[in-house]
Write a protein that binds this ligand. Structure first.
Ligand SMILES: N[C@@H](Cc1ccccc1)C(=O)O
Length: 418
């Protein structure tokens, strides 16, 4: 799920490392995860794992660079303040636009993915709906929760996270036991693998996005660099472990050639879960897997839209009265829902565009912020990410290469597995 930042404010004293790590892991693990086996099918397992490790490292470093810059400000200062005070108006605007874009496009991705998985669940009950209508129902129910209050979102996401942990271990645990290692190491289908890596990198980046929560952690823990660093390292490592298990479970059960089918059907969450269901003997575990997918998308939807809701309320100056919240809800939910009705299957495309915008505010801007604060405060003694300027260059290059990969794949210049 994403953006558990609002939950942080309500947490009582006694701030454990675990709480922060869960905020980061909860934000990181979300819809991006469901795109990984689909976009990784071309390069398959080994290269997918190598890509995840590389992306995890770069996204961890960019988060720590953001933290380094953030610690030069008072707790509570967020992206807007950081960019305004260090990089100036130009970057402030670019940054703000890219954040808003990511939140909106993710909301659309969740409506598309939510429609797909709700539809898959209903079909098991013998109910068939057009997918766009299923997306509308999914969005309407969850938007209502956001409209009620931040507290409602906080309570419900906590329950959902608990449900996710249980259903993940039941369903994936079983899939992990049943994997066929020959599927993992000697896949079927065409013999080209490595060229497909480039087009998949943006999806790895989106899956490891959590950076909106770094300022929230500084606000939550104060200037306790040590604990925040640990929370980010532990939180992103949990996500890495979950993704590796997820790739083993999917690629160890669905043959590579069958992924072409999943992709031809749009690669949406319901289609992937359906393909995975075929590999499961027990109907009960099958239901657990479906429930897990529903909860994962729903909790991400709540997290992201709450972030978008607060962002837009602040931007347009709408207050917290009933009328104010209705206005904010209208601009938060209506545009992505209309998009969901018009294009119910744009899930994978939306995650790709989310990654493109995230290269700006979650990768390049954090590196530039750290570079700038090091120039402004050369004698600072606080937390500093090791690696000096070379590491900053690596992170900026990673962002630029990922953005380029996405644009080239969109222009049909990079090979995409079909
Ligand atoms: N990592 C989140 C998406 C995300 C991207 C960027 C920032 C925050 C969240 C997901 O997989 O759903």
């Amino acid at each position: 799920m994403a953006n558990h930042m609002n939950g942080a404010k309500h947490r009582p004293q006694g701030k454990s490392l675990l709480g922060g790590a869960m905020i980061i892991a909860g934000t990181t693990v979300g819809a991006g995860m469901f795109s990984l086996p689909v976009v990784g099918a071309g390069m398959w397992f080994g290269y997918s794992i190598a890509m995840l490790l590389g992306v995890w490292f770069c996204m961890l470093m960019s988060g720590l660079l953001l933290l380094e810059a953030n610690l030069h400000f008072e707790p509570g200062a967020s992206f807007d303040t950081l960019t305004r005070e260090t990089l100036g108006q130009f970057w402030r605007v670019i940054n703000g636009v890219s954040i808003a874009f990511v939140l909106y496009i993710l909301t659309y991705a969740y409506i598309s993915g939510g429609g797909s998985i709700v539809n898959h669940s209903l079909s098991a009950l013998g109910v068939t709906l057009p997918q766009s209508v299923a997306g509308l129902v999914f969005a309407a129910v969850l938007a209502f929760i956001v409209l009620i209050s931040t507290k409602a979102v906080d309570r419900i996401t906590t329950i959902m996270l608990g449900g996710m942990v249980i259903t993940f271990f039941l369903a994936i645990g079983n899939l992990l036991i049943e994997i066929d290692t020959t599927k993992l190491v000697s896949p079927d289908g065409e013999s080209r693998y490595l060229p497909y890596l480039l087009a998949a990198i943006p999806f790895g980046l989106a899956s490891f996005g959590y950076h909106g929560n770094v300022p929230s952690l500084v606000k939550y823990y104060g200037k306790d660099a040590n604990t925040i660093v640990k929370a980010i390292v532990v939180g992103t490592s949990i996500a890495l472990i979950i993704y590796v298990c997820w790739l083993i479970a999917t690629m160890g059960n669905i043959p590579r050639s069958q992924f072409a089918d999943v992709i031809a059907k749009g690669g949406n969450i319901g289609v992937l879960v359906e393909a995975l269901s075929g590999a499961m003997a027990s109907q009960w575990l099958n239901n657990m897997l479906t429930l897990f997918a529903n909860l994962a998308v729903a909790s991400s939807f709540l997290g992201v839209t709450l972030g978008l809701f607060d962002y837009l309320a602040d931007l347009f100056g709408f207050d917290d009265s009933r009328a104010g919240r209705m206005k904010t809800a209208a601009i938060t939910f209506i545009p992505p829902t209309i998009l969901g009705l018009l294009f119910p299957n744009g899930f994978i495309i939306a995650i790709g565009f989310a990654a493109l915008a995230a290269t700006v505010w979650a990768v390049i801007v954090p590196a530039l912020l750290a570079y700038k604060v090091r120039q402004l405060y050369p004698n600072a003694t606080g937390f500093k990410v090791p690696g000096g300027t070379p590491l900053i260059v690596v992170v900026v290059l990673f962002g630029m290469i990922t953005a380029t990969c996405h644009l080239l794949a969109m222009a049909d210049i990079l090979p995409v597995f079909k």
